[in-house]
Each structure stands twice: as C-alpha cells, then as structure tokens.
Design a protein around this ligand. Sequence first.
Ligand SMILES: [Zn+2]
Ligand SMILES: [Zn+2]
Length: 393
Amino acid sequence: MSLSRDLLEKDLYKVLGVPKDATEAEIKKAYRKLAREYHPDANKGDAKAEERFKEISEANDVLADAKRRKEYDEARALFGNGGFRPGPGAGGPGGFNFDLGDLFGGAPQGGGGAGGFGGGLGDVFGGLFGRGGAGPRTQPRRGQDIESEVTLSFTEAVDGATVPLRMSSSAACKACSGTGDKNGTPRVCPTCVGTGQVSRGGGGGFSLTDPCVDCKGRGLIAQDPCEVCKGSGRATSSRTMQVRIPAGVSDGQRIRLRGKGAPGERGGPNGDLYVVVNVESHPVFGRKGDNLTVTVPVTYPEAALGGEVKVPTLGGPPVTLRLPPGTPNGRTMRARGKGAVRKDGTRGDLLVTVEVAVPKDLGEKAQRALKDFAEATAGEDPRAELFQAAKGA
Ligand SMILES: [Zn+2]
Ligand SMILES: [Zn+2]
C-alpha cells in the first residue's frame, strides 16, 4: 500500500496551498517556492521549519505523481472529504451497502450483491491501491438537497412557527433491496457492460458519454423485474417532518435547514432542506424588515389639537400614541419594540401612519361647528404656497 492512513488524514493540497484541481505545473511551482522558503539550509536550527519542509516534501511526493495523486484523491473521497463522483457502477444497488464504520475497520457487512463488493476497509483499499484503482466506485454519497415550500400566516412569520412538512424522496425499493430484481439477482447490462454509460463518437477525436438507455444508467438489468418498483430499484418514500421556521421570516425567503434533506448513502452526510416561505398578508399589519406597519385613522380635531390615540399591536395589548398638536396627515410615528422579532431576540418597531378621516355624514350641530370653523379660518389659504411655487418654477 503506497499511502499511509496518516497521510490520508492530511489535506495535501492545503499543505502546498494549491486548489484541488491544480495542474501539475501549478503543483510543481508551489512546491518549489515552499521548499526554498522552508529548506533546512535556509532555516538552520528551526525545528518548525524543518517539520514544515518534511510536510511539503511529503505532499509533493504524492501530488506530483499522477498515479499516487489519483489514489490519494479517491481515498480521501472515501473518508468523506470529497464529493460524490458518479462513475461506472456508482448506482450499483445493493452491493455497496457499508457505512463509515466499515471504512474505519468495523465488521464488514456482507453486502456482496449485484456489484460483487461485500467488504470493509481492507477491500476498499485493496481495490484502490493493490489492484490499481480498478475497483468499483464506493464513495460515500451525500444525500440530495430537497426543496419544499410552506405557507405561514402573517403572525406565524413574525413569531416563528413549527409546521409539518410532508416530503417525498427517492429511496431504495425495500422489496428488492434496490436491485430492481425480484430475486435480488440482476444481471450486468450487456449494452454498457455494467458501466451505465455508452460512448458515442463526437467527431474530431472526441467521444461523448451518455447514460445507457437500456439500463437507465444503472449498469444492471433485472432478470425478473421486481413488481413493487417495476424494476427501477427505487421507491418513493414520503415522510412528514416537523420543521421549525425561525421568527421574522419574510415572504419569499428561502431557509436552509442543514442535514434535513435526503439521507446520505454509504455513510455520506444528509443533504439539506431548503424551505421557501410564503407569508400570507394581514388585514391590518404590514412588514418592513423588522418593523411592522399599521395605518391608523384619526379625526381632524385629533390631528389639529393633538391627543392620545390607541393603536392595535400584533398579538399584544394596544399601545397609546400621543399625537402632537398640528400632526399632518400621513405622518409616521414609532411605537418602539412592537415590531417583528429579530435574529437576536429583540423586536423591531411598529410604524404607525396617521390618516385623517373625513366624515361622510355630518349632523346639524357638527355642520354648524364646521361652518363656524371655516369662517374663523377664512383668512388662511392652504393653496397660496402651491400657486406661488407653480408660478416661480
Ligand atoms: Zn446499460
Ligand atoms: Zn423493487
């Protein structure tokens, strides 16, 4: 075995400070630069530099060698540090059902079905290193991300809510253990010889690969199709989950719930769940970020003379707002701490906009009073400035 486990636990790319997809030339360049910097000759007696130099050399030994680099990459992927890479036999059902416990030396689960691969750590590494990397792809696979949607009432969005979310995801068919075959013994697809892919000439020396049509990219064909899944090997499972939507979400917001997506396979992590939130409107309140808004009708005397006005709040007792004399129509005032919950638990404000209400029907007494008022203020022309400004411009 050419790579020690010790080495596998290190991120050699990080050691050299290069990206995972670095070219040979980039690796060479990075190594030379670092080697010069940390060379023992240039750092006499500096134990740290010496240690670093060793590390750099070690990383270069692996990454500069295409074959060893490939082995390293594949082995790292097995430890869950890399993503899932689809490849021949990737979807091999039933065959590769071991978990991380196996990888780290636990008892092998006899999973040797269709893929003919039933082992633990020894087999995996044997396949990768001992037999030249020709073994089946057995990387842990991260579960899929799932997107869902939920509709909350206005109040739920402000306060946060726990809502049931029904989700369906694709899982291995239980009846046939995901093989698609009634007896659990599918045969290798003759069209693609089990790779799940077929190449077609693309001209100019290129060849393109497509998923195999005959086996739908699975590499296997059921001899006697499973009746439950019609030979697909997949089943749709649905579950209902209680999902906590944090306080203060707004309409159209997309929330990520880590690890709540589809379960990972072969020890891979779960996918994430994304929930798009729709928020219903409220007949009275609106939202402006952390603040709530409300429009409150006031009478002309209240606006002109000033006074105290009661204002409703969302889910709490009303607050009293003091209008200063001469409050103009449309003036917005602030009731502190009566808004939506923020991330840190504090609340935004309630923005109260006053709207002077004009009575439709006036009693005789009110009419008389208003006429008196009109007479008393006859000298004031509210449009004088308007006409002045219109002429001036
Ligand atoms: Zn095929
Ligand atoms: Zn089935």
